[in-house]
Write a protein that binds this ligand. Structure first.
Ligand SMILES: NCC(=O)CCC(=O)O
Ligand SMILES: [Mg+2]
Length: 333
């Protein structure tokens, strides 16, 4: 039989796929528990564990339950948890003052984890949307999301989070100049060791829907976020955004969402070489869970494959709602 292409039969790629040990030997990337950041939702009350309907398997926990979740993550080797608040509507305002309340939910939860002596990193978002009655990440006046005025609030929020004990701040607001502004404030106030993981290339995406449900922001948002989050059509612009945040003092950078933007992850890692993370956002999680619940895909396998994709694309780590399940699977081997 004639060879269908020149190297065959000298090259038979299937040789390297014959057995599990051979497949392990030639595996190019590995997903490890140390790649994972686990987002958790915090709510008011005592001993409350409230499922989020649009995110099967995800719940909002009252502050008192956060240390147990953190301890479980730490025991599995997950390096970082990220805390997000479900803010009661009565605590939201156009001025977003709850964002820098030392006693807001994420600050309380951070202190509770610290008080319990759990060895795990804590990341807190810096953005005004969970606290804004208008649902936007910055201060709104006459229908416009104001850039420089928003930085003043973001600075107060960042300092309150650093004071509460956050190890990593995640500015997710996409205002221009926020990283330099926050970095200077942190230096000035003595928080020089507080790391910044910038949501540097954050797209105006339809995949955030379930998250807004989880934090109670779905009803609040007036209009859309296209004047500050990026156009999904753009790639070079992401490189400029990320380079700017690194120059302004970001220690780590993030691409968000994840799966539809793996090309951006690859470019950012290759061209800028910074510690690069992807956020596998709520809509990506919900798609996999919904299909799995319908029996249309094997949810566990799809979960592991989706995270392997981030590593192959060049990411150093992933924020994923699957983190706990992934860590358990990796431990089981
Ligand atoms: N700043 C954090 C998010 O906006 C998360 C979005 C999502 O999971 O859909
Ligand atoms: Mg920017």
């Amino acid at each position: 039989m004639p060879a269908p292409f020149a190297p065959y039969p000298l090259s038979r790629p299937r040789r390297l796929r014959r057995t599990p040990w051979m497949r392990n030997l030639v595996q190019e990337t590995t997903l490890s528990v140390s790649d994972l950041i686990w987002p958790l939702f915090v709510r008011e009350g005592q001993n409350e564990l409230e499922p989020v309907a649009s995110m099967p398997g995800v719940a909002r926990r009252s502050v008192d339950l956060i240390p147990d979740a953190a301890a479980e993550a730490a025991a599995l080797g997950i390096p970082v948890i990220a805390l997000f608040p479900y803010t009661e509507p009565a605590r939201k305002s156009p001025g977003c003052e709850e964002a820098w309340n030392p006693e807001n939910l994420v600050n309380q939860a951070t202190r509770a984890v610290r008080a319990a002596g759990i060895e795990i990193g804590i990341m807190l978002d810096v953005a005004l949307d969970p606290y804004n009655s208008l649902g936007h990440d910055g201060i709104v006046r006459d229908g416009v999301v104001l850039n420089d005025e928003s930085l003043i609030g973001l600075e107060k929020q960042a300092l309150a989070h650093a004071e509460a004990g956050a190890d990593i701040l995640g500015p997710s607001d996409m205002m221009d100049g926020r990283i330099a502004h926050l970095r200077r404030a942190l230096e000035r106030e003595g928080y020089q060791d507080t790391a910044i993981m910038s949501y540097a290339a954050k797209y105006a995406s339809a995949f955030y829907g379930p998250f807004r449900d989880a934090v109670g922001a779905s009803g609040a948002l007036v209009g859309d976020k296209k004047t500050y989050q990026m156009d999904p059509a753009n790639s070079d612009e992401a490189l400029r955004e990320v380079a700017q945040d690194i120059a302004e003092g970001a220690d780590m950078v993030m691409v968000k969402p994840g799966m539809p933007y793996l090309d951006i992850c690859t470019r950012v890692k290759r061209e800028l070489g910074a510690p690069t993370y992807a956020y596998q956002v709520s809509g990506e999680y919900a798609m996999i869970q919904a299909a799995a619940q319908n029996g249309w895909i094997d949810g566990d396998k799809a979960m592991m494959e989706s995270l392997a994709g981030f590593k192959r694309a060049g990411c150093d780590g992933i924020l994923s709602y699957f983190s706990l399940d992934v860590a358990k699977r990796l431990k089981a081997g």
